[in-house]
Design a binder for this molecule. Structure first.
Ligand SMILES: NC(=O)C1=CN([C@@H]2O[C@H](COP(=O)(O)OP(=O)(O)OC[C@H]3O[C@@H](n4cnc5c(N)ncnc54)[C@H](O)[C@@H]3O)[C@@H](O)[C@H]2O)[C@@H](O)CC1
Ligand SMILES: [K+]
Length: 223
């Protein structure tokens, strides 16, 4: 299986959006739908799903997942980590949509009440140690051992190296998009990612793309 670094994944995302012309929101919707597939296919307790969302595109995936679950009648709460007024445009667009669905964001959530947590805080954009408050929150969540599905990468895991950036939210399952990330196959990153499922969301890789990890030269170019 072809593995990628975070920056290779970002290059492929950008190529698909800017050169191929695939709208970013289509990729976000497909990413969200692929997580819904995994939620539906697993044996998770879906009584109360808590989606934790960050301010970047990983958070936008989380808001879209929340909408899709809500539309199917699930008891789902959406809680942001960080100040929403600083969220990327992709998140703002998703928020404008869910408002029209009548979905209200939670200000504070009790992790104990959740039966399943969806981690959409940080993905391949993670580039630093997590803020202290978030590290504390993650350690508390790990302590109560809830089932967690990570969107693309478990928050706090460096997708390239598998290092823990201060703290990482341990996942039961990680749904990762396009290609698996090198960091999710390393010792610590692999353990904290749980069962990793790679989903095709329609990303296109340039034919002459040079992967840094060349273990599999027969990788498909359309993922
Ligand atoms: N590029 C795209 O358009 C797509 C991205 N997708 C999703 O978007 C994710 C990547 O999105 P982004 O590049 O927006 O990044 P993230 O959503 O992972 O992170 C958001 C932003 O947080 C900031 N940040 C990084 N580390 C931080 C730290 N330790 N403390 C505080 N702030 C920090 C960075 O500015 C980063 O851009 C993927 O993992 C995937 O889930 C998918 O929806 C497919 C389409
Ligand atoms: K995540």
């Amino acid at each position: 299986m072809q593995l990628v670094t975070a920056s290779e994944m970002q290059t492929i995302d950008n190529y698909t959006i800017e050169t191929i012309g695939m709208p970013q929101d289509v990729l976000i919707e497909r990413a969200a739908l692929s997580v819904i597939d995994v939620i539906g296919a697993g044996h998770f307790n879906l009584d109360h799903i808590l989606v934790l969302a960050g301010l970047g595109n990983n958070g936008a995936d989380g808001v879209a997942i929340t909408r899709l679950l809500y539309a199917q009648g699930f008891n789902v709460s959406l809680q942001f980590v960080g100040n929403v007024s600083r969220a990327k445009d992709s998140v703002q667009r998703q928020l404008a949509i869910i408002e029209k669905y009548g979905l209200v964001r939670a200000e504070k959530s009790d992790f104990n009440e959740a039966t399943l947590i969806i981690d959409a805080i940080f993905g391949t954009g993670l580039n630093n140690i997590l803020p202290e408050g978030l590290q504390k929150m993650i350690k508390a969540a790990n302590h109560i051992e809830k089932a967690v599905i990570a969107v693309d990468t478990p928050t706090g895991i460096d997708a390239t190296t598998g290092e823990v950036r201060g703290a990482a939210l341990k996942a039961h399952t990680t749904v990762t998009f396009g290609y698996n990330k090198i960091g999710l196959t390393q010792r610590v990153g692999g353990y904290l990612s749980g069962n990793v499922i790679v989903k095709d969301i329609g990303l296109l890789t340039p034919a002459d793309f040079l992967f840094s990890n060349t273990d599999n030269k027969n990788a498909p170019t359309n993922v």
